[in-house]
Design a binder for this molecule. Structure first.
Ligand code: GTQ
Length: 352
């Protein structure tokens, strides 16, 4: 840091006059903003935040009485970070909302450049159709809508379904790369049998002449039953990571990379009594416990007591510690693939 003497009043007036003149030509001095632009570490408006599912659920059911899924196009309550109100952002780069589809309803077909993930919070038996194939959704399933893929949702079960939507809306907005269109009918035509993409790409097999791999996994439903079974079997190894317990990432089976190009998705088991060591990383992360109960301490003093289906946010470079009061499973997502691709991702395990 330079300790500079303050300028004389005459020089200060000259400077202000100069700034004003160049301002009229859309120029501005870097030396007044450099320290705010190039910061020694992340400085984010995103704050630690949490939502209780019980409150979201009650508000959603109220919304269900006020507007249909079809009229709304998507009946979603957006979860806005308290430090980023009015911007439809749960973190600086990620959007999240909770979507409700009531029995008999449809959310009509559309497509857009934004990628979407669904994580089913409550309900079973509703469907999403993506690129001509339908998948039935169950609690804990992680479902992908790739960029520009037609998708529509419907609920032919007899119970409401609630899921968390995660989209890269702020990233696409930042890049001015949004395109979207509606299909001329509510539901797209189904051109493939149910389970087709899972059989083709999700069974450790690939069609013999398959070449290459795209940015998005061709598997579009990662069923919780299978994920949970893997965690349960891995638990037996007792190979706990001090910062994460047992944490896995969802992958694109063709490339081994993240399942989506812009959003990383993770599933984590913390056995009863486990306390993680402090961890921080540059990818602000949205956590959604789907089993269990516990507490997370975000930054120095933000305490989140969570249970199944709650949602909470750990901002970039804020330390987090988790404690599981019961055997717990946490889904999470972040912009980690973007940061990795741009060589910006950093983490701090506190030497563990
Ligand atoms: O289901 O297609 O929460 O397009 C926001 C935008 C869900 C969807 C959202 C969307 C969708």
């Amino acid at each position: 840091m330079n300790v500079s003497t303050s300028p004389s009043p005459a020089l200060e007036r000259q400077r202000q006059d100069f700034y004003e003149r160049i301002g009229r030509s859309n120029m501005t001095p870097l030396w007044l903003s450099l320290a705010d632009l190039v910061t020694p570490e992340p400085r984010s408006a995103c704050r630690p935040a949490s939502w209780r599912f019980a409150e979201i659920r009650a508000a959603m059911l109220e919304a269900g009485g006020l507007i249909t899924a079809k009229e709304a196009e998507r009946r979603v309550l957006v979860l806005e970070n308290p430090g980023l109100r009015g911007q439809s952002k749960i973190t600086t780069s990620m959007y999240a909302g909770v979507q409700l589809v009531l029995p008999g309803e449809v959310a009509p077909a559309h497509r857009h450049t934004q990628s979407a993930l669904r994580f089913v919070l409550e309900g079973s038996g509703a469907h999403t159709s993506v690129n001509g194939e339908r998948t039935i959704m169950h609690e804990g399933d992680f479902v992908i809508t790739p960029p520009m893929a037609w998708h529509d949702h419907g609920n032919e079960s007899d119970e409401p379904i609630f899921w968390l939507d995660g989209l890269d809306i702020p990233v696409v907005q930042f890049l001015d790369a949004s395109f979207a269109e509606m299909l001329d009918k509510d539901a797209q035509d189904l051109t493939r049998p149910d389970g087709d993409s899972d059989a083709r790409y999700g069974a450790n097999l690939l069609p013999v002449d398959h070449k290459g791999g795209g940015g998005t996994s061709p598997v579009f439903n990662y069923p919780y039953s299978r994920t949970r079974d893997a965690l349960e079997r891995l638990k037996r190894a007792e190979a706990w990571d001090p910062c994460h317990g047992l944490k896995m990432r969802y992958t694109n089976p063709i490339t081994g990379n993240h399942a989506m190009a812009t959003m990383g998705t993770f599933i984590q088991l913390l056995p009863k009594g486990f306390q993680t060591a402090a961890y921080r990383s540059t990818d602000a992360t949205i956590f959604v416990p789907i089993e269990g109960k516990g507490r997370s301490i975000v930054g120095d003093d933000h305490i989140v007591d969570w249970e199944k289906r709650d949602v909470f946010v750990v901002p970039s470079w804020k330390r987090v510690r988790h404690e599981a009061h019961e055997d717990s499973v946490l889904f999470s997502f972040s912009d980690r693939p973007i940061q990795e691709a741009l060589h910006l991702f950093r983490e701090d395990r506190g030497n563990l």
